[in-house]
Design a protein around this ligand. Structure first.
Ligand SMILES: [Ca+2]
Ligand SMILES: [Ca+2]
Length: 202
């Protein structure tokens, strides 16, 4: 092989090396969160006694807040105010995070539940600014949520109800308090949920 041929081979390998490098992924835009409007809407939806704060006995109106209370309740008075909600949402918006991976498992009496559809339904307070996401559990009860039609896995940040549909090991459909009248919810933010989401059914 002549020196010229070697150079040609080297150039071809170098070019192939460049071509085989993965192209950078195109950025995806975060949803247009409106922190102040959402905070006001949460208070309107869930503050039953009208004192301007969501207390523990009002979390059933907004179950997304219950699991993450320590992250919202910055003054540690046991309740969540509009200002605290707005601050949390401003932090999420400032992060520029478009979607966040949300993975976990569904268990019933510590046994994995397969073929359960897990739906993340945005709370009305989000004002239609974020999209629903969903997943189906595998044999091990694991799921990884996606927005139907989205290019990448993951869920928009915001407040959701979680609806579970499927059948129990003895062939019964999951009861209404897991779907049409669900009491499950989650706040998805830059730090929430922490780790995997484990949904434990009775
Ligand atoms: Ca209240
Ligand atoms: Ca508080």
């Amino acid at each position: 092989m002549t020196r010229g041929t070697w150079l040609a081979v080297w150039a071809a390998v170098a070019t192939a090396g460049c071509l085989s490098e993965p192209a950078p992924l195109p950025p995806i835009a975060p949803p247009p969160l409106a922190p102040e409007a959402v905070a006001v809407a949460v208070i309107q939806e869930a503050d039953v006694d009208g004192d301007g704060v969501i207390e523990k006995n009002e979390f059933d109106r907004m179950p997304a807040l219950a699991e993450a209370i320590q992250d919202f309740d910055q003054d540690r008075d046991g309740g969540v105010s509009a200002a605290e909600l707005q601050r949390w949402l401003e932090d999420v918006k400032a992060s520029g995070l478009a979607q966040r991976a949300v993975e976990g498992k569904v268990l019933q009496r510590n046994k994995p539940m397969a073929n359960v559809t897990v739906k993340f339904v945005p709370e009305p307070c989000m004002g239609g600014r974020i999209k629903a996401a969903e997943a189906v559990t595998d044999e091990g009860g694991y799921f990884s949520a996606t927005i139907p039609g989205a290019k990448y896995r993951g869920v928009h940040c915001g407040f959701y109800r979680i609806e579970l549909t499927g059948t129990t090991p003895d062939g019964q459909p999951l009861p209404a308090h897991y779907n049409t009248q669900t009491t499950l919810g989650v706040a998805i933010g830059t730090q929430n949920p922490k780790g995997d989401l484990t949904l434990t059914l009775e």
